[in-house]
Design a binder for this molecule. Structure first.
Ligand code: CTP
Length: 462
């Protein structure tokens, strides 16, 4: 077909692009009218990744279904749109005469006028994929537990995810709740968590670490979906219990380890596992932030500190790449004079390799992720947890394969998008961070906390 299309100079070629999710009358009319502008219609259907990069994170139909629906109209030949700048490329490659799109885009594509004619077709009123998605799935009403640093970030990123409204927040401390209500313009419950639960479908838990388990459990028992900040609990048993409860109550439970949900992260994992760097032998992951001395992570001797703050994030690549069958783990920490671990290193041993993770709230390291194998290594520079790029490197220093990845905002939107897809049942399988992986992270947290109890505190010198 491509050959025919390129050869046939006499024919007038029209091109249009779109997602065509939940194919509807508006799409049909647009394609029909587009075809009528010429002899040939080419339709560029967007890939999931491209849509995600444009901020459309809740597309329901798979690309195969969307292509199929466009094809069935009989109006068009189909190509795939997967990157910015492709429209100009296609117009030149296929010798396109007319670019067209619905009137909701008026002005946006005027820049294509220097390559072909641009026509904006009237949009069919009253129908859109967005409306259909909303009617197919109820909008998820979400309540936020805890109004600290994470809550405003969550609210601003949730704006990029369709199908969610943030209705309220909960903070038992009245002054914090009031401040939040003023700032974010969201109603805040102060005394009864149960009252808030009655008015939402789901909660995001961003309260202090030691409260995650309790809030999560109560929400699940009330039949609410839960996205809980890490760590979801401090012990293996508690996390296991929570995932079982969630299953029994048919609700979604997700641990909010942002790194795991960033689009590029899974790609790094898959490339590492593809054999490109041989057998994986070592994983090093470091995540440190010089936290405010007044912050909870610097002041709370029992539940603050580096490992509880960043342990789950650095453990995700280790568990994903080295597996769940570890042989042993040892911890080393530097404590401040209060007894807060300002720097913790964990060594995990496996049958055929090992891993080292470093976390800090009062020590700064190079925050990188390095995966070493028998044929080469992968390096993701700081901040790898917002995976924007990585390199695959080999013995020969000049041979570098560089990957640039799509990443929007501060990355929370991907985690939120996945949470909503899971609630709506449109997400396929739980592979990004499974219940088992999350439970294992709690096991590491448990071992660390036991170790901390046992060890004498080391004083760090200024
Ligand atoms: N379109 C149209 N009339 C509608 C809806 C869409 O003419 N009622 C056109 C769009 O202008 C675009 C094409 O159909 O040219 C594909 O649009 P797409 O973004 O896939 O559909 P929408 O329904 O607009 O999707 P969303 O709600 O996700 O933006």
């Amino acid at each position: 077909w491509n050959r025919n299309m390129m050869k046939d100079e006499a024919k007038k070629k029209v091109i249009t692009y779109g997602t065509f999710d939940l194919f509807h009358q508006g799409h049909y009319n647009l394609l029909k009218n587009a075809k009528a502008l010429g002899d040939y219609l080419i339709v560029g259907v967007t890939t999931e990744h491209f849509d995600e990069a444009r901020g459309k994170v809740n597309v329901v139909d798979s690309i195969m279904e969307r292509i199929d629906n466009v094809r069935k109209t009989g109006f068009a030949e189909i190509i795939i749109e997967d990157h910015d700048g492709q429209k100009i490329e296609d117009i030149q490659k296929y010798g396109v005469d007319i670019f067209t799109v619905g009137s909701d885009w008026i002005g946006t594509f005027d820049y294509l006028n220097s390559f072909c004619k641009v026509v904006y077709l009237d949009r069919t009123p009253g129908v859109s994929s967005t409306i259909l998605r909303a009617s197919k799935h109820n909008i998820v009403r979400l309540g936020i537990v805890g109004t600290g640093r994470m809550a405003p970030r969550f609210i601003s990123e949730a704006k990029y995810v369709s199908g969610i409204t943030i209705d309220c927040a909960y903070n038992p401390v009245k002054e914090s709740a009031d401040r939040f209500t003023d700032r974010e313009n969201i109603a805040c419950y102060t005394d009864k968590y149960e009252d808030m639960l009655m008015n939402v479908d789901a909660v995001y838990i961003a309260s202090p670490n030691e409260t995650h388990y309790d809030y999560t459990k109560k929400a699940i028992l009330a039949g609410k979906h839960v996205l809980s900040e890490k760590p979801i609990s401090f012990t293996r048993n508690e996390s296991e219990e929570l995932y079982k409860l969630a299953k029994d109550n048919s609700v979604v439970l997700m641990e909010a380890v942002k790194a795991a949900y960033c689009p590029g992260f899974q790609q790094l994992i898959n490339i590492a596992k593809s054999g490109k760097i041989g057998h994986i032998v070592d994983v090093e992951a470091s995540f440190t932030r010089l936290a405010d001395p007044e912050s909870r992570e610097r002041k709370d001797v029992q539940y603050g500190g580096a490992f509880l703050e960043f342990g789950p994030s650095v453990l995700v690549p280790v568990i994903k790449l080295m597996g769940e069958d570890y042989e042993g783990v040892s911890f080393d920490s530097v404590y401040d004079d209060k007894g807060v671990d300002i720097y913790t290193k964990a060594d995990v041993r496996y049958k055929n390799g090992f891993a080292t993770v470093k976390t800090g709230v009062g020590v700064k390291t190079e925050g990188q992720l390095v995966v070493s194998g028998t044929k080469g290594y992968i390096i993701a520079q700081s901040p790898w947890w917002l995976m924007k790029q990585f390199d695959v490197r080999y013995e020969e220093a000049s041979k570098v394969e560089h990957y640039e990845l799509r990443f929007q905002g501060d990355g929370l939107r991907y985690e939120i998008g996945d949470f909503i897809s899971k609630i709506n049942g449109t997400d396929k399988k739980d592979y990004k961070l499974t219940a088992e992986e999350s439970v294992l992270m709690s096991e590491f947290i448990e071992l660390f906390m036991k170790e901390k109890e046992r060890k004498k505190y080391l004083k760090v010198r200024d």
